[in-house]
Write a protein that binds this ligand. Structure first.
Ligand code: 5GP
Length: 192
């Protein structure tokens, strides 16, 4: 998506450790006009899928997921990061390792909001090694729901998450795929 790629070139900052900061428009300050265009594009890319719910993980996926959901006219559920797992069986839970914070979180979704009748579009801001998306897939499978697709704003193509998910047969659409980025020169190249 050219609009997103241009914005990344303009405002993205490449940090050491293969981290791209997009705080200016995506996951701290949020450009809602841009999110709207992303929502429209996801709707076009997943138009043939019977999606009835969007699933993301807190915190930075939530804003994008909410705008995307307006185009699908479906609710958003976000997996919550939690310190203490509720053991009374009313939640699905898994562990997600955070790429940016280098720690493992327990994440939960209430059984009230995910079930066998659900056809899910997973939405997140970044796809890197795939830990976040794989955690969400595990929650969906535990609920006997169906993964209809995975919509990502920025995929870091130099990491393996996207390739592995596509090889497993998931329909992954990333609006911008980074081929390489350099924290010394600041140069970012996209896969086309
Ligand atoms: P993964 O789980 O695929 O390794 O990483 C995806 C998650 O880590 C996303 O939910 C995102 O919040 C965070 N993340 C991964 N790479 C980056 C990055 O380069 N910049 C930012 N801001 N977040 C990232």
């Amino acid at each position: 998506m050219e609009l997103l790629e241009k914005r990344i070139q303009k405002d993205g900052i490449v940090k050491a450790g293969n981290v791209l900061k997009v705080d200016h428009f995506l996951n701290h300050q949020m450009d809602i006009a841009l999110f709207n265009e992303m929502g429209k594009e996801f709707k076009r890319l997943f138009a043939d899928k019977p999606i009835n719910k969007i699933l993301t993980v807190e915190a930075s996926g939530i804003g994008i997921a909410c705008i995307v959901a307006q185009y699908f006219q479906v609710p958003v559920v976000f997996a919550k990061k939690t310190q203490s797992i509720n053991l009374d069986g009313d939640v699905y839970s898994t562990k997600i390792e955070s790429f940016t914070h280098k720690r493992v979180y327990d994440v939960i979704v209430s059984k009230k909001y995910l079930g066998p009748e659900d056809h899910i579009l997973i939405v997140d801001d970044f796809l890197a090694n795939g830990c976040a998306v794989n955690g969400l897939i595990e929650l969906i499978e535990n609920a006997s729901a169906t993964v209809e697709g995975i919509g990502i704003a920025i995929e870091k193509g130099q990491q393996q998450g996207g390739r592995i998910l596509r090889e497993k047969g998931y329909h992954v659409e990333s609006l911008a795929i980074i081929e390489s980025m350099d924290d010394i020169t600041g140069k970012i190249c996209f896969r086309r």
